[in-house]
Design a protein around this ligand. Sequence first.
Ligand code: NAP
Length: 244
Amino acid sequence: MEIAFHGKRALVTGAGKGIGREIARKLVECGAETFALSRTQADLDSLKSEVPSMNIVQADLQDWDGSRKIVEQLGPIDLLVNNAGVARNASFLEVKKDELDFTFDINVKAIVNVSQVCAKGMIERGQGGAIVNMSSIASTKALKYHTSYGASKGAVDMLTKVMCLELGPHKIRVNTVNPTVVWTEMGKAEWSDSAKSGPLLARIPLNKFVEIEDVVNATLFLLSDKSAMVNGTSMLLEGGLSCS
Ligand code: NAP
């Protein structure tokens, strides 16, 4: 199955590292004019040196007004991947307001902010579009010390359904991708300790965690016309964990 995005303009948030970086790279390969947005300029500079046709955009998504202005200046966006995310690990009894604010600002509120700008443009142009929001198995599966992260990803799943409901009539599809552990900087920081990851891995029938490429493939499928009737869903990338 070949996926091509010639003539499309794509925006990927959190594209400096990990999953977002590889999604942005693949979108360029598939012909989309791609905007890679992230916080650390050095990551964007190295991405640009590897992929010269990549458009790089520095913004801190925690800054609602500042990042909104930056996204507004990008012009039409047909394909949006809300990938930027952060994870903090306090236990439920210890979690602080600052951690909750930080996590929700980036994992949830930034999706609303960026998507409003992009979706309004899609509606004005009347050509539709596709949005993928990066969620996690933590959206539906309770994991210890995942109060802020799990709650934020639960919010991402429901936000996606509401977006699906309201944007569908404008030919805009909205879905989530929900991976288990992926070996990025975030994944390593959270799950390198085998005492912690072992029990989770043991419950996955395929007995492995997720490769970045798996997330890239699922995201590209959901952005493409190959998934024309897939809307408002959460695509689990967890090797069958939910069956165990
Ligand atoms: P990562 O390696 O930590 O990369 C996250 C990217 O998002 C970085 O480039 C980071 O930039 C950027 N970012 C974070 N906060 C930002 C902000 N305020 N403004 C702009 N950019 C910001 O994480 P990842 O593992 O690729 O995760 C990507 C997504 O997948 C996240 O939504 C995550 O929750 C989800 N996910 C990951 C896993 C996993 O195991 N890795 C599993 C399930 C779901 P800076 O480094 O400059 O802050």
